[in-house]
Design a protein. Structure first.
Length: 217
């Protein structure tokens, strides 16, 4: 993950939105962009034939990439891999100048909740307000059963201490299997039997067939 500067070169730009929210226009030729951030910049491009580089320069480095905007039949040069000088570290200067174009109407909050991220950084154990996820949670129990543990609260020797807080969330595959009546690994009977159907939580062991010693030629 990296932060960048959007360098417009000789083009004039106007920042109009940040992360999808309209802001009062901010004019400039160089705009910082943080990790996962999105900015909308309107460019003023002259009508005369020319090639314009729009670069993304790595924060506190010379590495860069970019695109070339061409007007007319102007020649296009290769974008150099390195800038002439390193860029500076990002600051909060731009954020401090941003103003919402359509700000929310101030009003008193209906509810106020205080949520603290607690835990131990050294041990990589996390919780909210000093409470971790309940180990009896259905999603956590299902994950433990898939790993072959009869007792869903049996510790996972290969998992991080906060593994229960990152339990598996059923995805599209699980939804399809539930609609189709479940696969062999989710049924109570043997593969191909008519018993079972749907997803079962109480799976005492890992169900599956061993791989053949050699694939048929």
């Amino acid at each position: 993950m990296s932060a960048y500067y959007i360098d417009l070169g000789q083009l004039d730009g106007e920042l109009t939105a940040v992360d999808g929210f309209a802001v009062a226009p901010v004019k400039g030729r160089n705009f910082p962009i943080a990790v996962t951030q999105r900015v909308d910049i309107r460019l003023a491009i002259p009508n005369t034939p020319a090639s314009h580089l729009v670069l993304a320069v790595l924060e506190d480095d010379r590495k860069q990439t970019g695109i070339v905007l061409v007007v007319g039949n102007a020649p296009v040069a290769r974008v150099p891999d390195l800038a002439k000088t390193p860029s500076s570290a990002l600051t909060l200067d731009l954020e401090s100048r941003l103003r919402a174009l359509r700000p929310l109407t101030p009003r008193k909050a209906d509810r106020v909740h205080t949520i603290n991220l607690t835990g131990d950084m050294a041990k990589y154990i996390w919780s909210l307000n000093k409470r971790r996820l309940d180990p009896d949670c259905a999603a956590f129990a299902d994950r433990q059963r898939r790993a072959g543990r009869a007792d869903p609260r049996e510790p996972d020797g290969n998992a991080a201490p906060d593994a229960l807080a990152r339990s598996r969330i059923p995805g599209r595959r699980d939804q399809r299997q539930a609609l189709l009546g479940g696969s062999a690994r989710h049924r109570g009977g043997a593969p191909g039997s008519a018993s079972g159907g749907g997803l079962r939580c109480q799976q005492p062991r890992v169900v599956g067939l061993p791989l053949p010693s050699a694939l048929p030629s």
